[in-house]
Design a protein around this ligand. Structure first.
Ligand SMILES: Cc1cc2nc3c(=O)[nH]c(=O)nc-3n(C[C@H](O)[C@H](O)[C@H](O)COP(=O)(O)OP(=O)(O)OC[C@H]3O[C@@H](n4cnc5c(N)ncnc54)[C@H](O)[C@@H]3O)c2cc1C
Length: 441
């Protein structure tokens, strides 16, 4: 049997040789299918569970990939270090490319019904003077922009998976290739898994990317405060993204749902500094940055519950050809921020993680269902299809952020008086939201 045929057999149900019980973890909501075996490897001390497809990380990339694979008839298990899905966090903006993927994996309409469609954008100065406004559909009839609460997006994706798919409190501690062409995953809770295929969706600090030789994501010199304002009696805004451009500081706010408004304040800082979680300190720092700005933004921040306010240093990593390692090593592959952390200036990190998930699922299905590719070649094909999309987008997002964070008064005056009012065109700015893929069948 050639290796692609061997992989094709992985999707067939396999019988457990003996009636061994499921492994139970101390804290988790779902149990995972377990097939314990004992490997005769010198460095393996205890029973090793055997799995076909293991996804590491139950973020947007991990869950979207698991759902995409499931739609192609391929089951996986998802290991998540936390004891629940990420409940905190604010909102992300998804453009039409993100919605196209959410539709393809069957959750688009569930999410649409909960989140407002954003009609356009308005760019303002710190004192509230309007510099320019655009309507998305005037530029592109097919454009779709909505803010989506991250928590609800994750819960919606997780609900598509069989109950025993996600294993919480399962933090990957170590990864190594094993002699049998599999990958040995050692978890913090001392359990071990031998996986035929590993899909690492473990975010910007991905231990798997590090193991594959990737450098750490690079701090780009800006941090963002974010929050989700709550208006129990209804939020007051029109469905538009509002951008406010200051000198070295910029902000945005956008209604997400009838009661919630997402906002961020982005500012320059030479080094990220220590992590701050105390909400009163966070609020104080935000207010210092936007002192004297229009009252609309201040009111929104004042309507924000403490537990949604966070500060995040912005990072990225450019996938230089010939220098950056390939996206896969054998049967281990990277997806989402684990592969291509990018700054949020184009609102594309999560959209691209969703895109990665469907493209990877299609490639893997060619190996596992149809036997037309080996798994290794499927991963290489995924990498070569995705790289030309991801590499320029990461650079573009970085450059947009650098430009918008400039604090030179002459440059800011040119931006406010010439560039934004007269030169900027929305069409080319959103060109990157055009993305097509084969149907998931
Ligand atoms: C300020 C800001 C604003 C943004 N706004 C937007 C936007 O508007 N639109 C957009 O498209 N994108 C946006 N993004 C980008 C988006 O948030 C990310 O691209 C997206 O969350 C990536 O998802 P992911 O699943 O790859 O990574 P993550 O969301 O980081 O998920 C990784 C998961 O892996 C788990 N994990 C990590 N290590 C381990 C381990 N060792 N073992 C087990 N599990 C592990 C984590 O707990 C986590 O659940 C923004 C980002 C930032 C910082």
């Amino acid at each position: 049997m050639n290796s692609s045929m061997a992989m094709a057999s992985l999707i067939m149900p396999q019988k457990c040789p003996s009636a061994l019980p499921s492994v139970h973890h101390p804290i988790r909501r779902f149990s995972i299918r377990a097939k314990p075996i004992c490997l005769s490897m010198s460095n393996v001390q205890s029973d090793v569970r055997k799995e076909d497809v293991v996804i590491i990380g139950a973020g947007i990339a991990g869950l979207a990939t698991a759902v995409s694979l499931q739609r192609m008839g391929i089951q996986s298990v998802v290991l998540e270090q936390a004891d629940t899905l990420r409940t905190g966090g604010t909102s992300i903006t998804l453009f039409k490319n993100g919605w196209k993927v959410l539709d393809a994996i069957g959750v688009g309409n569930q999410l649409r019904s909960q989140f407002l469609e954003i009609q356009g954008m308005v760019i303002k100065t710190e004192d509230g003077k309007e510099l320019r406004s655009f309507t998305f559909k005037d530029v592109d009839e097919s454009q779709e922009v909505r803010g989506v609460e991250r928590k609800i997006l994750l819960e919606t994706l997780a609900k598509q998976l069989p109950q025993n798919t996600i294993s919480f409190s399962s933090k990957l501690k170590n990864i190594e290739s094993s002699e049998n062409d599999e990958t040995l995953l050692q978890l913090e809770n001392d359990s071990q898994i031998s996986a035929k295929i590993v899909i690492a969706c473990d975010g910007i600090r991905s231990p798997v990317a590090k193991w594959m030789g990737f450098s750490d994501a690079r701090y780009v010199g800006h941090c963002a405060f974010r929050g989700l304002a709550f208006y129990p009696d209804g939020q007051p805004l029109e469905p538009k993204v509002n951008y406010v451009y200051g000198r070295g500081v910029r902000a945005a706010y956008v209604p997400v749902s009838p009661t919630k408004v997402y906002w961020f304040v982005c500012f320059n800082k030479p080094s990220p500094g220590p992590k701050i979680t105390d909400p009163s300190i966070l609020r104080q720092k935000i207010m210092e940055l936007i002192k004297g700005w229009s009252s609309e933004l201040l009111n929104i921040i004042n309507s924000t519950p403490d537990d949604t306010i966070i500060r995040t240093p912005l990072v990225d990593r450019w996938l230089w050809p010939g220098i950056t390692p390939p996206v896969s090593k054998g049967k281990v592959v990277l997806v989402g921020d684990a592969w291509h952390p990018m700054t949020p200036n184009l609102g594309q990190g999560a959209c691209c993680a969703l895109e990665d998930g469907v493209v990877l699922a299609q490639k893997l299905a060619q190996a596992m269902k149809f036997g037309t590719l080996t798994v290794e070649d499927a991963f290489k094909s995924y990498g070569s299809e995705r790289w030309p999309r991801i590499f320029p987008l990461s650079i573009r997002a970085n450059l947009v952020g650098t430009l918008l964070q400039l604090d030179n008064p002459v440059v800011c005056s040119f931006r406010n008086n010439v560039l934004v009012p007269k030169l900027v065109k929305l069409g080319p700015l959103l060109e990157h939201t055009n993305f097509d893929f084969e149907p998931l069948v």
